[in-house]
Design a protein around this ligand. Structure first.
Ligand SMILES: [Zn+2]
Ligand SMILES: [Zn+2]
Length: 403
């Protein structure tokens, strides 16, 4: 089966996450976005793990769905076009912050589990090293120590998160240098894959030879419902956790990454923490503060290849439908008109992913305002072209979308 997987997000139990990130609302929103397999997030958090264990049932080995009595009620509230099966995978993000890491130090990693009992086993081991009541727990362990503990539990898999972020990433930043081989030593070959994060695209990752042997995957890292599915990975496997894991890990398995426009992410250019704005400069033109080095310039420091090696994974850039509509109407994403148009499109056409990537031209032209249909079709052409963008160019999406 061919499916869209979003395997990194957060529940309401993680700090700085919307209280709307409940299991039921995540299940509804994933369907609206066209995600078929979604991470549970935060599954080491005791109350959340208890809730997940009570409400989810295993449908295929390692793939779970909401109990029928809960899911039926939810699905009924959706238009028929969105009533699709949805599977959950147990996963979490853990912040390795050994003593001395500093406030913005440490590294985030993703861990996947074939069942809630596997998650409970890791939680049991980790509770001595950190406060698990935080959904994304910080543990007093090095990356290697955490990885080793996860590997001791058969069926668990481990992947560095958002590899090129200026904070909490395995490739480090100007402030805190790291390398994968230093972090993991002889365990490095056992990594599941490397998450691109919002700040990097395959053509960037493939200029770093130490990532050569690892496959790439993309996820939303959503902290709110709106952001679910802003990035995802398309895979084609038999249903179930093991076939999915095997496909993610094997670099030669075809996959397609769908990515949020790089140029619109906070940490691609250099970021002023004071003015909350990105600039193509080293110090802020407004307040003169030194900017946080974004992934584009950081890549210039750490890349050891001038061109991407091999054939980088195929990816497509997608502006979320609501943002595309807001631009087309000249309004903000919070506008009532934009929201109601978005809802009507989902009702008549299907999920956001279907609308943006699959609905055919006739259908779009028949059901949408002409300039909306045009914007969606345009994005497909531009999105494909962006696959050839090199690290020095910003995504062309923003500039070339015509409405
Ligand atoms: Zn993170
Ligand atoms: Zn500034």
């Amino acid at each position: 089966m061919r499916y869209a997987a979003d395997l990194h997000l957060h529940s309401r139990h993680s700090s700085a996450v919307s209280p709307d990130m409940t299991l039921e609302k995540i299940a509804l929103q994933a369907r609206r976005k066209g995600i078929d397999v979604i991470g549970t997030a935060d599954c080491l958090q005791p109350q959340w793990l208890e809730e997940l264990s009570a409400k989810l049932v295993e449908r295929e080995p390692g793939w779970f769905s909401l109990r029928k009595e809960i899911d039926d009620g939810l699905v009924e509230s959706l238009p028929p076009s969105l009533r699709k099966p949805l599977r959950f995978v147990f996963c979490t993000e853990v912040h390795c912050a050994p003593v001395g890491s500093g406030r913005l130090g440490g590294i985030h990693h993703l861990i996947y589990f074939p069942s809630p009992s596997h998650a409970a086993r890791l939680a049991e081991k980790l509770k001595r090293y950190g406060d698990l009541s935080e959904g994304r727990p910080a543990v007093n362990l090095t990356s290697r120590q955490l990885f080793e503990m996860a590997l001791e539990i058969e069926g668990c898999h481990f992947a560095p998160a958002h590899v090129m972020n200026p904070y909490f990433s395995s490739l480090g930043s100007e402030e805190e240098h790291h390398r994968l081989d230093e972090l993991f030593g002889d365990l490095q070959p056992h990594l599941l894959a490397v998450e691109t994060g919002l700040t990097s695209i395959p053509t960037m990752c493939r200029r770093i030879s130490s990532l050569d042997t690892h496959a790439l995957f993309s996820n939303s890292d959503a902290h709110s419902l709106e952001n679910i599915g802003r990035e995802f990975t398309i895979l084609e496997t038999k249903p179930g956790y093991e076939p999915m894991i095997a496909a993610i890990a094997d670099k030669s398995t075809p996959r397609e990454l769908y990515k949020f426009p790089l140029s619109l992410t906070r940490y691609f250019l250099n970021w002023c923490g004071h003015c909350k704005e990105a600039f193509d400069d080293t110090s802020c033109p407004r307040c003169r503060q030194k900017l946080i080095t974004g992934s584009r310039d950081w890549l210039g420091v750490i890349a050891d290849l001038s061109e991407p090696a091999g054939k980088p994974e195929h990816f497509t850039t997608l502006l979320p439908l609501i943002t595309l509509l807001a631009k087309a109407f000249g309004l903000t994403v919070k506008s009532a008109k934009v929201k109601s148009y978005w809802e009507r499109m989902l009702q008549h056409l299907g999920s956001e992913r279907y609308i943006l990537t699959m609905a055919d031209e006739d259908e779009l032209r028949r059901l949408c305002l002409p300039h909306i249909a045009e914007a969606i079709l345009d994005q497909r052409i531009v999105g494909l072209r962006s696959a050839t963008v090199t690290s020095k160019a910003t995504s062309p999406l923003d500039e070339q979308l015509t409405f």
